[in-house]
Design a protein around this ligand. Structure first.
Ligand code: NCD
Length: 318
């Protein structure tokens, strides 16, 4: 096995394993990736460094802490190496007007895989068409965030023991929140789940996702009553109001602080249930609830490491 990066990236004719959105992830793939992630977490699968000698580019045109660090940590832990553009809008040739397609075509000549975060919906799909190596979406604007949804499923399975027959409340900015859009679709791949979509008027789940849920007969309830919805949930998945997606600061102000998980609100959540959040939180979960055993969000963030190891291994291993 190569342990240096002196050889150029390999080019093969087999179809590339892109992960550009939830449409690319069926139930069998979910189960395969979560099982592999569990193996990485237990330490039974990473010994041989499956991505030794391989190079990943993380290209981020939007801010990130967890997603970029966990992908990069995952790549290093698999024995591979990383090139990083963490502020690609200003620090790459995008600042000179280069198109995403051109940038990706060039970068894919240097590396064996690309993780991309971009502000435009559909950017990962466009990049996949331009690339000669696998492209993994790390979020495309208010579109989707498929690897976050996978780590959310991993967390639910680990915390509650199953991915079916659950009542899951998705709360907050469902219109712009890419994590909840992807998670709703992946939860609908399992039987007996009920989705409770909790959003204020104007921030409800968009028709594209509602339509896909309808097509597979997914049970969906929509409500604006945050505290009223909580007592019958197995999972409360709280999200940030996505300030950066609003046309004006005034419009954001209309929604800021609309749903907040305080100690009193958490008191309404069943004892067996969990509270999740993709993070970063701003003010929508009071830090006093962090000590409650049901507060799963920091455990959830850590799970990103195992799940991203599984995703990189699936996409990039030869
Ligand atoms: C989320 C994102 O970027 O969509 N963060 C993350 O990846 N964990 C959620 C958010 O920014 O609110």
């Amino acid at each position: 096995m190569r342990d240096t990066l002196t050889a150029p990236p390999a080019r093969t004719r087999v179809p590339l394993r892109h992960l550009t959105g939830p449409h690319a992830i069926d139930r069998a793939l979910i189960e395969q990736l979560l099982a592999r992630a569990a193996g990485f977490e237990k330490g039974t699968e990473s010994g041989a460094g499956p991505l030794q000698g391989r190079l990943l580019a993380t290209v981020f045109y939007e801010p990130s802490t967890r997603t970029r660090f966990s992908f990069e940590a995952a790549m290093h832990r698999l024995g591979g190496q990383v090139l990083s553009a963490e502020n690609a809008t200003r620090a790459s040739s995008a600042a000179k007007g280069e198109s995403l397609e051109d940038a990706i075509q060039v970068i894919s000549g240097y590396v064996d895989g690309i993780v991309l975060r971009h502000p435009e919906v559909g950017a990962a799909e466009r990049a996949a068409h331009a690339a000669q190596v696998p492209v993994i979406s790390a979020g495309d604007g208010p579109g989707h965030h498929p690897t976050q949804a996978l780590l959310d499923l991993y967390t639910i399975k680990k915390e509650l023991g199953r991915l079916d027959h659950l009542r899951v409340g998705l709360a907050g900015d469902l219109r712009h929140g890419r994590t909840v859009r992807s998670l709703a679709l992946l939860l609908s791949r399992f039987s007996g789940n009920q989705l409770v979509l909790i959003a204020p008027p104007g921030l409800g789940m968009r028709e594209d996702v509602l339509g896909s849920l309808g097509q597979v007969g997914q049970v969906v309830e929509e409500t604006a009553d945050f505290t009223g919805a909580i007592p019958r949930l197995d999972v409360l998945y709280q999200t940030r109001i996505q300030a950066e997606r609003f046309a004006s600061p005034q419009e954001y102000e209309r929604y800021r602080g609309i749903y907040v998980v305080t100690a009193e609100v958490l008191g309404r959540l069943p004892e067996h249930a969990i509270l999740m959040h993709p993070l970063p939180r701003v003010a929508e979960i009071d830090p006093v609830v962090d000590a409650d055993p049901r507060a799963a969000y920091f455990r959830q963030a850590r799970n990103g490491l195992w799940v991203r190891m599984a995703v990189l291994d699936w996409a990039m291993a030869r």
